[in-house]
Design a protein around this ligand. Structure first.
Ligand SMILES: [Zn+2]
Length: 151
């Protein structure tokens, strides 16, 4: 009857078995999205990306972040100061590794995305840093960005 880690997250809209996730995701994607691993700093494909567009959940395709909320944190992972919609992500206390952190989950499929930190002094409107694994995201460049005729 020990349920101190019980959380009251709303049920995911997309719920698959671990086996089903494994058929959809690469082993590397699965390790981060479903097992809450962290990709090595400065190795992700979107760390310094400035392309305009929308970042979707790589597991389920839900819109999570926009390039307009991305900023250079120099921490080694893509960083956003706000999600695209406040209900696009869920936050959950994470006490692993002997520290209190706040885990960021996709609200639609409950996949692990990264962690959020606040009060670090970044010059952003929220002073929050959503530190997200590149491999948890997929960037869809916006149409305007690919036109580029008259600037
Ligand atoms: Zn998702």
């Amino acid at each position: 009857m020990s349920s101190d880690s019980e959380t009251s997250l709303p049920a995911p809209k997309i719920e698959l078995t671990p086996q089903e996730w494994r058929t959809r995701l690469t082993p590397q994607e699965y390790a981060v999205l479903r097992d809450a691993a962290t990709e090595r700093a400065f190795t992700g494909e979107y760390t310094d990306t400035e392309t305009a567009g929308v970042y979707e959940c790589r597991a389920c395709g839900a819109e999570l972040f926009r390039s307009a909320e991305k900023f250079h944190s120099h921490c080694g992972w893509p960083s956003f100061f706000d999600p695209a919609e406040s209900d696009a992500v869920l936050l959950r206390a994470d006490d692993t590794l002997g520290m209190r952190r706040v885990e960021v989950l996709c609200a639609t499929c409950h996949s692990h995305l990264g962690h959020v930190f606040e009060g670090e002094g970044y010059p952003t409107p929220t002073d929050k840093r959503y530190c997200i694994n590149s491999i948890a995201l997929r960037l869809h460049p916006s149409d305007n960005a690919t036109r580029g005729e008259d600037g």
